[in-house]
Ligand binder design. Structure first.
Ligand SMILES: [Zn+2]
Length: 272
């Protein structure tokens, strides 16, 4: 099966993009140890694969994802390092196929005998719930990225920024392009245990409301995009704003930000 994925140029391109992104995340210092996880819906580019699923390990899901029956995903592995994934994506990530009822999945990029302790990311509940929402809503977005961007996480340690309205106004105010590229701003999820179904349920609300970035208080960011690069760009732009805010504070000034009139002008020009 590995041969099939290497020969399928569209799948190989996605895997290459994920490996490149894993490298960026590591270089940015947003992917310490095994931090971060990525998934991509491959169902548009894997159509007819003749699989004897009995040859591949099967895992039950705690709940069904009704829009994801028979769909394929590239998913990073739990406990795997982004810096290793950048070098060897097929050993640090896998391709899964959900069953028809979407209440279990097979790992189809590894044979049973090669599986050892490999499992998809511990944040699989959030990834699948977000993909379920994207498919249900007819979105073109296929990629979901979770990472730990230092400055954005640091801002959520400051009580006044645990409120989305204040955080968005501040991030937009640090650089106009933060508004141009993320005009709906971020959705804030208060601190919840990572890897839980509770955090998945809270996160999907932000994407249902049309946001493209969800911030997990004191933890990290979740973003969606047509590709993994698009999802990364959203977090990168907001991180730049957060960095500018800290740089101004560190030099002893209260950052001024854009005023109401300037923000309204941006809204008129860019919020469709
Ligand atoms: Zn995390």
């Amino acid at each position: 099966m590995n041969d099939f994925f290497q020969e399928n140029k569209k799948v190989a391109k996605v895997i290459h993009e994920v490996a490149d992104l894993a490298n960026y995340l590591w270089q940015k210092g947003w992917a310490e140890r095994n931090a971060g996880n990525i998934s991509v819906n491959l169902s548009d580019i894997i159509e007819d694969v003749d699989l004897d699923l009995d040859n591949y390990p099967k895992f039950e899901l705690a709940q069904p994802y009704p829009a994801l029956g028979n769909k394929f995903f590239f998913v990073t592995g739990t406990g795997k390092r982004m810096r290793d994934l950048a070098q060897n994506p097929m050993k640090n990530a896998c391709i899964i196929k959900l069953n028809k009822k979407a209440d279990s999945y097979h790992i189809i990029s590894m044979k049973k005998r090669n599986l050892y302790n490999f499992r998809p990311t511990s944040e699989l509940p959030t990834h699948l719930l977000v993909h379920n929402q994207l498919v249900e809503s007819g979105s073109t977005k296929r990629a979901v990225v979770h990472t730990h961007p230092n400055e954005l996480v640091a801002m959520t340690q400051i009580p006044k920024f645990q409120n989305a309205e204040t955080l968005n106004k501040t991030l937009w105010g640090m650089h106009p392009e933060a508004f141009v590229f993320v005009p709906r701003g971020v959705f804030m999820v208060p601190y919840i245990l990572p890897g839980s179904h509770k955090i998945a349920d809270a996160t999907v609300v932000g994407f249902e409301q049309g946001h493209e970035v969800v911030i997990w208080e004191k933890h990290g960011a979740f973003a969606i995009g047509d590709t993994v690069s698009d999802a990364f760009d959203m977090i990168d732009i907001l991180s730049k704003s957060a960095r500018i805010w800290f740089m101004a504070k560190q030099s002893g000034f209260e950052p001024e930000g854009l005023n109401e009139e300037q923000l309204l002008e941006l809204k008129d020009a860019f919020l469709k």
